[in-house]
Design a protein around this ligand. Structure first.
Ligand SMILES: [Zn+2]
Length: 152
């Protein structure tokens, strides 16, 4: 196999289709920032972005940078790849983490730099920005203090 053959075999990750509400999240990720929608009237964070604040019904909502710190709320092990991009990544951990800024501010993510045996519910997590492909940065989480895994 030549270098050209290997390059041709790279599978592109599935891409999001941002809309007006979710575009700030993806633009922030491209700059390695986690931007979560926040209500300017009552201060609550809202995720996934909505047109109206569910706490006060305000419509003055804007992205706000958060710390990227969270606790592990729930997780599952994915053993089957549902997209070719993930074939060489299974098994991997999908998780819901609770962002530190607000109770029940949940964020759905994939975990990295850890194994199922090394994690437990409630543990401290931090965001990691994975530049998955040109123009696509994914927000993953890992246990605080976990050593970054070297890229293959
Ligand atoms: Zn509000």
């Amino acid at each position: 196999m030549t270098t050209d053959d290997r390059a041709a075999a790279v599978v592109e990750p599935p891409r999001p289709a941002p809309d007006k509400l979710t575009e700030p999240l993806w633009q922030g990720l491209a700059q390695h920032k986690l931007l979560i929608q926040r209500c300017n009237a009552c201060g609550h964070y809202i995720h996934w972005p909505k047109p109206v604040c569910r706490f006060c019904l305000g419509m003055d909502l804007a992205p706000a940078e958060v710390s990227g710190r969270a606790t592990l709320y729930s997780y599952t092990v994915v053993n089957q790849a549902f997209h070719p991009y993930y074939v060489d990544k299974v098994p991997y951990l999908l998780a819901t983490v609770e962002l530190a800024e607000q109770p029940k501010l949940m964020f759905f993510t994939r975990l990295t730099d850890c194994s199922e045996e090394s994690i437990e519910i409630g543990m401290e997590m931090e965001v990691v920005y994975e530049d998955a492909a040109p123009g696509l940065t994914l927000p993953l989480f890992r246990p605080v203090g976990a050593a970054a895994r070297s890229k293959p």
